[in-house]
Design a binder for this molecule. Structure first.
Ligand SMILES: [Mg+2]
Length: 419
């Protein structure tokens, strides 16, 4: 049988921080968002304290210090590197992998029966934990939606779970629809209004009625949960990706154009790299810069957008457009506190038509340059080579006061071993 598996790293950012800090195993750890604003990852100990996900740091400061929680600023250099190690190990073990997020991946599992599936998941779990060192949970089922649920189910137990046929049927009566992947607060409220609470409730309903009430999304959900897979591997990522946004607050507000321009370069650089990683091109670019929310300048925020002449993923072209857009609204009186870019209107890079008068030779050379560019940055760290000053170390760089070392990607920050 062919099953869909989901690998999910447990409390991923926390696990990355613990990797080189064995003293923090079994100790409460939390990771903060950019500018140390909110809690974005919690160890089980912190979850058990009742600290919610996404809560502003200052609101729970007392609780955290009372429980001696160790906090870290987000160290994305470290997380991306650990993530790529997890994903490449997974790729060695299974034939097809779709990276879904920094810490999750779907994959194909070809096995004779369910026992073999459990065995295979155990093997993947052991191998990744042994080689990379971060704890993972795995689920497998007939559809992506059920696989996602399965991966959550044994998170604090054995860490592996296969839900197929009867095993899944048994779960449906007690699984609330609000726990299902893709069902947000609004949809789950609408489902409740129609007396649909558990997965079993939904599956007992008439599919035509579900279609009438909840449209195509409802039908897909119905099919996925009744083991009729709708989402294939690799599909969801590309098709549902509508835009890429890269923004950040500055450590201190600035009226200098060079500072805002550096930040814009940095964001174009990262968004374009992500675009190419997804195999996409864009035709929409927006540049924005804002003063502090709570200042008198709040109405002076600026943004400008443009439609690009042809679908593109070339960082250099995007940089040129982005700086033109910034020129069009930049106001030297305003103390800017945040800047960023949005890319949109995506098309598949493989099937994109070059524009009618475009130089195809030039395009091919550009593609090769960018391939080399991406390969170097993927291998040696994101900012090893850049166009212009697109690095995160500028005057605009956000506050990261509790940052851990970049243990795995920087020679100067390697962990030291005392013997
Ligand atoms: Mg996770």
């Amino acid at each position: 049988m062919k099953l869909i598996g989901l690998l999910d790293c447990n409390n991923f950012f926390v696990s990355c921080e613990r990797l080189f800090r064995p003293d923090l195993h079994d100790r409460p750890v939390a990771v903060l968002s950019g500018n140390d604003g909110c809690i974005v990852a919690r160890s089980n100990e912190v979850k058990d304290l009742g600290v919610p996900m996404g809560v502003p740091h200052f609101k729970v400061k007392d609780v955290l210090s009372e429980a001696a929680v160790t906090c870290f600023s987000s160290n994305f250099t470290l997380y991306r590197d650990v993530s790529s190690r997890v994903m490449s190990t997974l790729r060695e073990l299974v034939p097809e992998v779709e990276t879904y997020s920094i810490d999750e991946a779907f994959f194909v599992l070809n096995v004779p029966n369910e026992e073999a599936a459990v065995e295979q998941l155990r093997h993947i779990k052991q191998t990744i934990e042994q080689r990379v060192g971060v704890p993972v949970s795995l689920g497998a089922a007939t559809s992506k939606t059920i696989a996602k649920y399965a991966s959550e189910k044994e998170k604090r137990g054995s860490g592996v779970c296969v839900l197929v046929g009867k095993e899944w049927q048994k779960e449906t009566g007690t699984t609330q629809l609000s726990q299902v992947w893709g069902i947000g607060a609004r949809l789950s409220e609408r489902l409740r209004e129609h007396n649909l609470h558990t997965v079993a409730d939904l599956l007992a309903a008439d599919r035509t009625r579900v279609a009438k009430l909840f449209g195509l999304g409802g039908c897909r959900l119905f099919d996925e949960l009744s083991e009729q897979p709708v989402y294939r591997l690799g599909e969801r990522n590309r098709q549902t990706q509508k835009s890429i946004m890269s923004t950040r607050s500055f450590k201190t507000a600035s009226t200098k154009k060079s500072v805002v321009a550096d930040a814009i370069s940095y964001h174009v650089h990262h968004a374009a790299a992500e675009l190419r990683e997804l195999g996409l091109q864009c035709r929409y670019l927006q540049v924005l810069a804002r003063p502090n929310h709570y200042s008198d300048w709040t109405l002076r925020q600026g943004s400008a957008e443009c439609t690009l002449p042809a679908p593109i993923s070339d960082t250099r072209v995007l940089l040129t457009h982005a700086h033109e857009l910034l020129d069009s609204f930049f106001d030297a009186e305003v103390p800017y506190k945040k800047a960023g870019v949005v890319l949109g209107w995506f098309s598949d890079a493989d099937i994109a038509q070059p524009d009618l008068f475009g130089e195809s030779v030039e395009a091919a050379t550009a593609e090769r340059v960018l391939d080399v560019f991406d390969a170097i940055n993927q291998k040696y760290g994101r900012e090893v080579i850049t166009f212009g000053r697109a690095v995160s170390a500028g005057a605009w760089a956000p506050a990261r006061e509790l940052l851990s070392p970049r243990y795995t990607t920087n020679w100067l920050e390697l962990p030291s071993v005392k013997a």
